[in-house]
Design a protein around this ligand. Structure first.
Ligand code: ADP
Ligand code: MG
Length: 309
């Protein structure tokens, strides 16, 4: 997939472009459904499939200082859009200047003149443009004026539940990983660089943990989780601890993964952690020995959850 990090002036033209527009945070099943439709239509008319998205998230620019709420860093959002087989992702830097474009400016100057869009698919509750005044019905009007077709996609349901990024955020905050995975159509994940901690995992406990430095994204409820750790394209079973390490009174939140059957120095490398199930709360133990006993149990339980022996 080609990625263009610009809002406009793309330096190339597009062939019969079929486009979708949105934040696509989480790239959940609803988003995936839209991408499928875009790709199908593009094939049908011999055109290119495009996703037009933004970073940072508009809320980060317009209402700074909020708790991290994004489900994915932009790099993962783009990787997953690529997996959905979109030809081109345009990632517009969401600046004050960009935020001040009216809905009509955006459609006329960017979608129509610069992209030459033929067909647009959007979610039924899409809004865009300055003050979020652009709606599906307005987009349809512009479509008539500028010669493109607009189709609004129905909200996707899973077992009677409407899929939305905010519902998924709520499930992840509550530690309901299977619930979130069902709406995402993939496991919830964190990705980051492996950094140095206190060096205690291997020396003191006999369970080294890769400590992660992550971007500003939503973190699942603190606790112990069964996970898959993906390192250089290979998947390893693991146990993750999200918390404050109260047994050692760290008072610093950390995200750590003990990878099973693994013995490599991976400091400075990127690790992707796919969450499978929450196993227990983080608790304070009276001694490191008690903690070690519990970690052994956690490992056994994670193996069961992950279906390995
Ligand atoms: P730190 O406090 O710096 O995280 P640890 O004692 O927890 O130190 O050791 C973690 C490091 O050990 C990891 O960053 C990784 O480079 C290495 N390592 C070796 N084996 C493993 C394993 N099975 N799981 C996680 N990390 C491992
Ligand atoms: Mg560690």
């Amino acid at each position: 997939m080609e990625v263009i990090w610009k809002a406009k002036d793309f330096g190339r033209s597009f062939k019969n472009p079929v486009l979708t527009l949105g934040n696509f945070d989480g790239v959940h099943l609803g988003h995936q459904r839209i991408f499928q439709q875009v790709c199908r239509k593009a094939k049908e008319i011999g055109g290119e499939s495009l996703a037009y998205t933004f970073a940072p998230h508009p809320v980060q620019l317009l209402k700074p200082g909020q708790e991290p709420f994004l489900l994915l860093p932009i790099s993962e959002r783009i990787r997953l859009i690529g997996e959905a087989e979109i030809d081109v992702t345009i990632c517009a830097p969401f600046t004050q200047e960009f935020a001040s474009l009216t809905a009509e400016d955006f459609v006329r100057d960017i979608l129509h003149r610069q992209i030459g869009v033929r067909q647009v698919y959007v979610g039924h509750n899409t809004s865009f443009g300055k003050g979020r005044t652009g709606s599906v019905s307005l987009l349809k009007e512009f479509g008539k004026r500028y010669g493109f077709v607009v189709e609004a996609m129905e909200a996707v349901e899973v077992k009677g539940t409407l899929i939305s990024s905010s519902r998924i955020r709520r499930l992840i905050r509550q530690g309901d990983i299977p619930g979130a995975a069902e709406l995402l159509g993939r496991p919830p994940l964190l990705i980051g660089e492996v950094i140095h901690g206190f060096g205690r995992g291997s020396k003191k406990l006999g369970f080294p943990t890769a400590n992660l430095k992550i971007d500003e994204v939503l973190v699942p409820q603190p606790g112990i989780y069964a996970v898959w750790a993906v390192y250089q394209g290979r998947r390893f079973p693991g146990v993750a601890n999200l918390g404050w390490n109260p047994t050692f009174q760290d008072h610093k939140f950390s995200i750590e993964v003990h990878i099973l059957n693994f013995d490599k120095d991976i400091y400075g490398q990127t690790l992707r952690v796919e969450f499978v199930e929450r196993q227990r709360d983080e608790v304070t133990f009276r001694s490191p020995e008690e903690l070690i006993t519990q970690i052994r149990k956690d490992v056994e339980q994670a193996k069961k959850v992950l279906g390995i022996d």
